[in-house]
Ligand binder design. Structure first.
Ligand code: APR
Length: 264
């Protein structure tokens, strides 16, 4: 599958939400950076992106996940994302999401730094108790291209009716998803966190999409311990990484137990 890399400066849009940048404290003993991808939610029943013959739930990515697709056929793109939004209430966090929430709480409580950055647009990390940075946006939010308002809403899953912006009344908000060719959210925070990272953990991502695919290499080159878990070996794996194969809901709880033991 062709991977469209976000061009520098492409589609400058959206201010970062929240204010967690002050959490990167260089004086902490450890800074744990967790990057998750579709594999962490696979055991909850959400299909991953790659693997099914290059199709994503039967759709070509370029037909549904690019700004051009939204311009060309907004009805198709809207239907696709509305169907994915409608799945959210029906799926539950699994043991991997829960273990990562526990890791975040216990790591912070013991005075270390922590960041959970997810490429996933589902809401399973937060429902398990984590505070993730959604670098690729969120299915549970909409974005107005007219006034820039991003707002959360998980009601009304109709596939045949666009929604107006609640602020400026523009007739058609878009999913608040970072599409191919767009710049992911919170890159400043992510760069700062990577600079502090002593333990980098990659979970359930194929390492195929930049810039997230490059975080592992960056952490490695800065001397961090690098732990990679996935069902299959991701493309960005190096012999220097500790690779833990298997299903996330089984492997991640064990990994978290081991980490917490080693930090205490
Ligand atoms: N447990 C752990 N890992 C799993 C499981 C599982 N049960 N099932 C699949 N995996 C692994 C696969 O081996 C693969 O490495 O999850 C990874 C899923 O890879 P992708 O489908 O490519 O998903 P991801 O890496 O998150 O995609 C990155 O690409 O399409 C874009 O923006 C979209 O955020 C997405 C980005």
């Amino acid at each position: 599958m062709p991977v469209v890399r976000p061009a520098a400066g492409a589609i400058a849009r959206r201010l970062p939400r929240g204010g967690r940048d002050n959490e990167t404290n260089h004086t902490l003993k450890h800074f744990i950076f967790v990057l998750t991808g579709a594999g962490v939610s696979a055991d909850s029943g959400i299909v991953t992106f790659r693997g099914a013959g290059g199709l994503w739930e039967g759709y070509k990515i370029e037909d549904v996940a690019t700004p051009m697709a939204w311009k060309r056929d907004p009805a198709l793109v809207w239907r696709f994302y509305q169907m994915r939004r409608a799945q959210l209430p029906a799926v539950q966090p699994n043991d991997a999401h829960r273990a990562l929430a526990r890791l975040e709480i216990e790591v912070r409580a013991s005075g270390h730094g922590f960041a959970l950055v997810t490429q996933n647009v589902d809401n399973l990390h937060e429902r398990a108790g984590s505070r993730p940075v959604h670098m690729h946006g969120e299915l549970a939010r909409f974005l107005c291209e007219q006034c820039g308002l991003s707002h959360g809403d998980l009601t009304d899953f109709r596939t045949d009716a666009f929604r107006p912006c609640p602020k400026c009344k523009f007739p058609r908000v878009r999913p608040d998803i970072v599409w191919f060719g767009e710049v992911p959210y919170r890159m400043d925070f992510i760069s700062e966190a990577l600079a502090s990272t002593t333990i980098f953990i990659s979970i359930g991502t194929s390492g195929a999409v930049d810039p997230a695919a490059g975080f592992l290499k960056e952490a490695r080159s800065r001397g961090a311990r690098t732990i990679v878990h996935s069902l299959d070996e991701p493309g960005n794996l190096s012999s220097r990484d500790e690779f833990l194969p298997g299903n996330a809901s089984e492997v991640v709880p064990r990994l978290v137990d081991d980490l917490l033991r080693s930090l205490s």
